[in-house]
Write a protein that binds this ligand. Structure first.
Ligand code: AMP
Length: 266
């Protein structure tokens, strides 16, 4: 491992902290001398007013959590402090980047990149830590940062509960029955991933056949669990396009369960 002594690890979050955040913090504490966690529910990355309003907020609990983990710095800026300077350069995504969440949530990643740009200028971290659960976010952020800053982005594995449900602040908006549902949906998606891997290895698959396979699962899940799937797609991890032959790939999903938008990848 490379140890960056005297350097600062940065974990940007939107609060309602859980074991996924915990893992990012521990990774930073291993690799960096000091660790800074920000909690900021960034309004510009929400494409729905209601989503912003209902996003879980638990500041008191979060501060206790961070104290217990002996985090060196906690940064809790106000919206005014962050946005007192107008946008310097408009951030735009390329057409090829407008896939998955970028396609479904207009302006979302532009908001994410803009706020991280502001944070990084203020904080000057050596390493920023991000979770694999938001793989597309990591992918876009890494590309954005590489061009602008002398720092690295470290990807941490997704932390899951015993039902293989990815921990997420938005899970606070779900009741027990719905959380169980997410576990059952994930079982199906892991199974789908395995069958795509098997077919991919035997070279017995075309993009068209994959689509048919995915569509079948999509219909099943929609009917059985009463969810609204935004996308369910297989994409390679190199450039996130749909060619997966001889490439590492993941199955990416976004759906609404009980009006709560969930994303994951397998
Ligand atoms: P959020 O507070 O949801 O904006 O997430 C802050 C950071 O934590 C992002 O880099 C996420 O990818 C990461 N993260 C969220 N949930 C998990 C999880 N279950 N496992 C690992 N990282 C996560």
């Amino acid at each position: 491992a490379i140890y960056h002594e005297n350097d600062l690890g940065f974990i940007p979050t939107m609060g309602s902290l859980h074991k996924g955040h915990h893992f990012l913090i521990r990774s930073s504490q291993k690799l960096c001398k000091k660790t800074l966690v920000s909690i900021f529910i960034n309004p510009t990355q929400f494409n729905s007013k209601n989503d912003f309003k209902t996003y879980p907020r638990n500041l008191y609990k979060d501060l206790k959590f961070l104290k217990k983990l002996k985090v060196d710095f906690v940064y809790l800026p106000t919206t005014k402090q962050i946005y007192k300077n107008k946008k310097l350069s408009q951030i735009r995504l390329k057409k090829s980047q407008k896939i998955l969440c970028a396609k479904m949530r207009k302006g979302h990643f532009e908001g994410v990149l803009d706020v991280l740009n502001r944070f990084i200028k203020l904080i000057s971290p050596k390493i920023m830590f991000m979770g694999e659960k938001d793989y597309q976010q990591f992918f876009l952020v890494k590309d954005f940062i590489k061009k602008r800053f002398n720092m690295s982005v470290y990807l941490c594995k997704t932390v899951r509960n015993s039902n293989r449900v990815a921990l997420s602040s938005r899970n606070n908006l779900l009741n027990k029955t719905n959380l169980k549902k997410v576990g059952l949906i994930n079982n199906k998606l892991y199974k789908l991933k395995r069958s795509i891997i098997t077919k991919n290895q035997s070279k017995n698959i075309t993009p068209k056949k994959i689509k048919v396979l995915i569509k079948k699962t999509e219909v099943e899940l929609t009917n059985k669990f009463n969810i609204k799937i935004e996308y369910l797609e297989c994409r390679n991890l190199i450039n996130l396009n749909t060619v997966i032959q001889n490439k590492p790939f993941k199955l990416f999903v976004a759906y609404y369960l009980n009006n709560v938008r969930l994303i994951d990848n397998f």
